[in-house]
Design a protein around this ligand. Structure first.
Ligand code: ZN
Length: 74
């Protein structure tokens, strides 16, 4: 597969495989890098939230089971 070179519409520099401009002074590149980092941070936050809610759920289950053991089923 031949990779077609793509160029930044803002400054005309080549883009890397992620479509990010390779010109370090390009304003579009800094925007893209910031966007990428924000996206990564958002994904990490989402993962963390998933882990947190899973642990909250298992804690609730644990407490319910403990109540059942102490008080029996209603
Ligand atoms: Zn550029």
């Amino acid at each position: 597969m031949a990779t077609e070179k793509r160029y930044c519409p803002a400054c005309g520099h080549e883009q890397d495989e992620n479509g990010i401009c390779t010109n370090e002074k390009c304003p579009r590149r800094s925007l893209q890098v910031t966007l990428n980092e924000n996206q990564k941070a958002a994904e990490e936050a989402k993962e963390e939230l998933k882990v947190q809610s899973a642990s909250i759920l298992s804690t609730r289950k644990f407490m319910l089971n403990t109540r059942k053991m102490i008080f029996g089923n209603p």
